[in-house]
Design a protein. Sequence first.
Length: 127
Amino acid sequence: MISLCNLTSKLKNAVRSNQRYIYLPNTSLSLEFLKLLFVEGLISGVTKIESDKSLKVFIKYNSNGSPSFKEIKLLSKPGKMFYLSYKQIAKLSEGVGLFIISTKEGLLTNHLCLKRKIGGAALCYLI
């Protein structure tokens, strides 16, 4: 959970300072999280750097120079998890944004949770 806090804060800071890429530690959680962001079109790519076992993450920007996401809000904290049922996810998915949810099937977005009809611990919310 602590590595997720570091990952989200580094992404948040990169977007705020208009960086084109950042380096993150190469962990299974990072790879799974970044894969979801890539599939949703929020980052433009990830490259593994073998020499120092890190990942180079390319932040995606629109044609007008604004980032594809503006904010990442961490919902679950190391001491307190924030759980959502399938029905709660359905209600929250009507708004704008993307939830990253930890389920028994791994990390999923709110859209994938709705397709599979499962709930889980909401880790973060991207606007």
